[in-house]
Design a protein around this ligand. Sequence first.
Ligand code: DX5
Ligand code: ZN
Length: 230
Amino acid sequence: MVELAFSILASDFAYLADEVRAAERGGGTIVHVDVMDGHFVPNITFGPPMVKALRPVTKLPLDCHLMIENPDEYIAAFAEAGADMISVHQEVCRHLHRTLQQIELHGMKPAVVINPATPVEMLVEVLPMLHHVLVMSVNPGFGGQKFLPLALDKIAHLAELREEMGLNYRIEVDGGVAHDTVASCVEAGADMLVAGSAIFSARGHAGEAETEQNAREFLALAGRVVLGSR
Ligand code: DX5
Ligand code: ZN
């Protein structure tokens, strides 16, 4: 199943609960939470308190993308706050295997993220442990950036490896995924589509219908590829 993981980074935080519900009405099935620390990436967003605030607002899984230097130190806090999935960047994890074990031990689904400059090969040994691999299609740190097509080959490569190795991890893509790029991501093999600025109108209550419609159209474009390939 191809799913929309809508990134709340692009939403209007003053109306967060309503924004989430609007994206959900439009067919979004995963809430993507972009955690940034101002060190690993040049931007600061939010942390476990945001996850805690979101938890009673929706039943959808909370997919926490940690763009932070020391993810190991925060795994317990995210679990307590109610996170369902945690993705950590390969680039910051010296003991990636141990970090993934810790995420699993805390009852969450483990995932690894790779930056545009990081090759898929870095993950081969840990692929059997993963719920999903997140392929960055922009350099992390900000919403609204332009999609980097090099992500498509990496997605296809991960899909091949999944087949060859007899695994069932999912493939998520994040950054610049919008109405004009979503089809190529799905064609390459992505099945968790992160989108922020393409979904949220970020105009509070006035923009809710638009957000819902954006999500619906985005999923229709993704679904057309899935149907076409059958
Ligand atoms: C970028 C974040 C993304 C971002 C996507 O560092 O990881 O999740 O919110 O935003 P758009 O869809 O606007 O590129
Ligand atoms: Zn993200």
